[in-house]
Design a protein around this ligand. Sequence first.
Ligand SMILES: [Zn+2]
Length: 151
Amino acid sequence: MPATMQVLKWTQPRLQRLFRYYNTRYWGGELPEFRVVNRRLKKGIAGWYDYTHKTIWIDLRPEKIPADRYVKQVVLHECCHVATRQSRGPHGARFFHEVLRLIGLGSRWAARDWLEFDDAKQEIVEATPECLARLRQFHSDLREQLSSNAS
Ligand SMILES: [Zn+2]
């Protein structure tokens, strides 16, 4: 089945169920209800969120979401933004705190997301040098762990 066929399965109700599932599983249902809507986004961006309008946008076109599973990673990523309660901003300490918390709870999508931010550790500007060193170590341990588990 081509990738385009796979992503077409993501109807709005199904996207909404995914958001609710993550909200319940990782935040005990405490995130405000956001609508998850398929929409074209600008180049290089697969997901976006708008705190004011309580909306997460996801661009399901195959050049943005090349495989079904990335929908989960993108929605979870945006959920982490929602959890910061910040309207918009860089991927700062509050954002990465959420990502790391989810990894601790066993989310491999959060783990994949964390690994995609190669300069993430630079962005956590509030962290002390000791904390950054620990995060870098965590990052490389996780990379090793995931690559040895790769199927
Ligand atoms: Zn983001």
